[in-house]
Write a protein that binds this ligand. Structure first.
Ligand SMILES: Cc1cc2nc3c(=O)[nH]c(=O)nc-3n(C[C@H](O)[C@H](O)[C@H](O)COP(=O)(O)OP(=O)(O)OC[C@H]3O[C@@H](n4cnc5c(N)ncnc54)[C@H](O)[C@@H]3O)c2cc1C
Length: 298
């Protein structure tokens, strides 16, 4: 992993941008809005529009992020097919929990005024506790707020059981961050087996699972299981990342009458897009190959 990370770190931003094209809506709020509109009108897909940004340290930069979120909410309002997502390291967690929580609360409250849902993305294990604490505090007061849990972490079943008395929308994914064996599964097949179980666990606890994976057999297994147990189609949804070629499966899900949502990131500052892409490349080096295959149709 060390060598792979070093190679990715050394990649020039311009090269990373070539890989970025399919995965990022573009630069500026308008690119995120245009992509959300386009995939909804053309393909019937829903969106979670995400402002790229992480490890933002200076107060003025954090406030600039908050202001972009306010403008995003204005730009996306009246689109029931669009939600937004945000990250603690983008919104002041490096300064303090109280400051970050206040920033997130401001954004969730602004979105609530337009009936817009907000998802709190999950970052690496160092942030799990604080992210859950902030989520629960804000969720007490605002219903339009959901969170992400990662099936690779041993703690996730307990986190589901202790999540919230009120029903929550929970994006359940394997998790993009490599975590050590003391806290997480190491085998992808195991992570996916847990994800399948945790979809049911979320339902058992009254929550709304957002099944976030590109693994086609896993999605089919989940859908078959949910159909077999008579779970209403409006009780859960499927999510994928913009750019991963799954058009046929996505259309099949849309035709089932199910919400099929794409995560649509855009950048205000290109350095954050480069960071997002480098992270994805570092954790999934085969992605470079997949992008090339997708680009050249081989
Ligand atoms: C909507 C959404 C939101 C997410 N939010 C978070 C979050 O908040 N926190 C977090 O830790 N993780 C998040 N993730 C990432 C997630 O945890 C996984 O790292 C990622 O989805 C890859 O896992 P997979 O289940 O798709 O399985 P994989 O085995 O990685 O992928 C299955 C197959 O999908 C295809 N595929 C996957 N990725 C790509 C790609 N980039 N390009 C081309 N093809 C690809 C390949 O064919 C691959 O074999 C999110 C994922 C999604 C879909």
């Amino acid at each position: 992993m060390g060598l792979k990370n070093t190679i990715v770190d050394l990649m020039p931003g311009r090269l990373v941008r070539i890989f970025a094209a399919p995965y990022i809506a573009g630069k500026g709020i308008a690119s995120g809005v245009a992509k959300a509109d386009e995939i909804h009108s053309r393909l019937g897909l829903y969106s979670t529009v995400d402002l790229l940004g992480e490890e933002v340290f200076r107060r003025e930069d954090v406030e600039a992020m908050v202001q972009v979120y306010f403008r995003m909410i204005e730009a996306l309002k009246d689109r029931p097919y669009a939600s937004i997502s945000l990250k603690p390291t983008q919104l002041g967690i490096n300064e303090s929990e109280a400051y970050c929580q206040d920033n997130i609360r401001r954004i969730v409250a602004a979105a609530a005024a337009h009936g817009m849902h907000v998802t709190l993305d999950m970052e690496d294990r160092h942030f799990t506790d604080v992210t859950l604490r902030m989520f629960k505090a804000i969720r007490n007061d605002l219903d339009n707020f959901g969170i992400v849990l990662q099936s690779r972490l041993f703690r996730t079943p307990d986190d589901i059981k202790a999540l919230h008395a009120k029903p929550c929308k929970v994006r359940i994914c394997i998790g993009i961050y490599n975590e050590p064996p003391e806290v997480a599964l190491q085998d992808k097949a195991d992570m996916k087996a847990r994800l399948f179980e945790q979809v049911q666990l979320l339902l058992d606890h009254g929550h709304y699972p957002e099944i976030a994976t590109h693994d086609e057999p896993l999605i089919r297994r989940c859908l078959e299981h949910l159909d077999k147990h008579g779970v209403a189609k409006g009780a859960y949804e499927v999510q994928m990342l913009l750019g991963v070629p799954r058009t046929e499966l996505q259309q099949e899900i849309v035709k089932r009458g199910q919400i099929m949502r794409l995560y649509v990131p855009f950048a205000e500052d290109w350095k954050y897009a480069v960071r997002y892409l480098k992270r994805r490349l570092a954790h999934s080096p085969s992605m470079a190959l997949m992008v090339m295959k997708n680009m050249f149709g081989s």
